[in-house]
Design a protein around this ligand. Structure first.
Ligand code: CP
Ligand code: NVA
Length: 315
């Protein structure tokens, strides 16, 4: 499949920037890319990844994913760009739009992404912000769907901080007809605007997010048990306080036993054994953590190919 005419510029700052049909189409393409049935050809198109925070999966999957599709990529580290310091994000976006066909950015503040997107002539992709991590959730939905054969009607329990990953998961569940059951300590709940948006997206389906305080209540009978770090990047100073506040929110084999017997365990990584997971959970027989990590490459490839018009049926 080759690149023909690029579609109108579309950004991907939030999972909700895609419609339910578009999410399905990207997931279809991602699985077809994984199995080798689909090989988008970007014909030398290029991506610049701006990083204000560290990364393993995001950087490697964007870089190698672009190369596998016959494109190029370049990653810029925090000290190299100085987004908002050395140069305003708007000017960075205007310049990069003259060099590259896609900009991806991992930012401290979501406002930086919005500023980049407002000024860019090319698609801007959220590679993690303080508000959302939508590329992660595309990969995760792909992993869940590949495991269960469907997403609709599944109960997905998220245990922990109502953070960027949880927010994108809430929107993703609403879009695909799954139900998010999230348990967070008081003060760390999913933001109200995300709950409201996910509730709107769920529409008549009834799959509105369900909020709990006790992990056991969220996990009971769930098909998926998902967690993320207690202290996200940039919250290092709060790590000890959060370790106290999140005590009892660890995923371990005992908690997994409350889920459906066929449930899977998920984590976006990096993980901290002894904190949000007990030792050995990543390689637990119910873990699909490394499928998630692998799918970052396929889901992002499908997304980029879609944004650039290299998958005609999905664009
Ligand atoms: N899950 C994830 O985004 O990993 P990195 O921070 O290593 O990119
Ligand atoms: N919530 C985590 C996700 C890391 C991929 C963070 O923002 O650091």
């Amino acid at each position: 499949m080759t690149l023909t005419e690029a579609p109108p510029r579309r950004h991907f700052l939030s999972l909700a920037d895609l419609s339910p049909d578009e999410v399905r189409a990207v997931l279809d393409a991602a699985t077809a890319i994984r199995t080798g049935e689909l090989r988008p050809d970007l014909n030398g198109r290029s991506l610049v990844l701006l990083l204000e925070k560290p990364s393993l999966r995001t950087r490697v999957s964007f870089e190698l994913g672009m190369r596998k599709m016959g494109g190029h990529s370049l990653s810029m580290l925090p000290q190299e760009v100085g987004l908002g310091g050395r140069e305003p994000p708007e000017d960075v976006a205007r310049v990069l739009s003259r060099y590259a066909d896609v900009i991806a950015a991992r930012v401290n503040s979501h406002d930086t992404l919005v500023a980049l997107a407002n000024a860019a002539d090319v698609p801007v992709i959220n590679a993690l912000s303080d508000i959302e991590h939508p590329c992660q959730i595309l990969a995760d939905l792909q992993a869940i769907r590949e495991h269960f054969g469907t997403l609709e009607g599944l109960a997905i329990a998220f245990i922990g901080d109502g953070n960027n990953v949880a927010a994108s998961l809430a929107l993703g569940c609403a879009l695909v007809g799954a139900t998010l059951r999230i348990a967070s300590p008081v003060g760390y709940e999913l933001p109200g605007n995300i709950v409201a948006q996910a509730t709107r997206l769920a529409g008549q389906e009834g799959n509105v997010p369900q909020l709990f305080v006790k992990p056991e209540d969220a996990v009971e009978g769930a098909d998926v048990v998902y967690t993320d770090v207690w202290a996200s990047m940039g919250q290092e100073a709060e790590r000890e306080q959060r370790a106290r506040d999140f005590r009892g929110y660890q995923i371990n084999p005992h908690l997994m036993e409350l889920a459906d017997p066929k449930a899977v365990f998920m984590h976006d990584l990096p993980a901290h054994e002894g904190e949000e997971i007990s030792e050995g959970m990543l390689t637990h027989p119910q873990s699909i953590v490394f499928n998630q990590a692998e799918n970052r490459m396929h889901a992002q490839a499908a997304l980029i190919a879609t944004l650039l018009g290299a998958i005609p049926s999905a664009s």
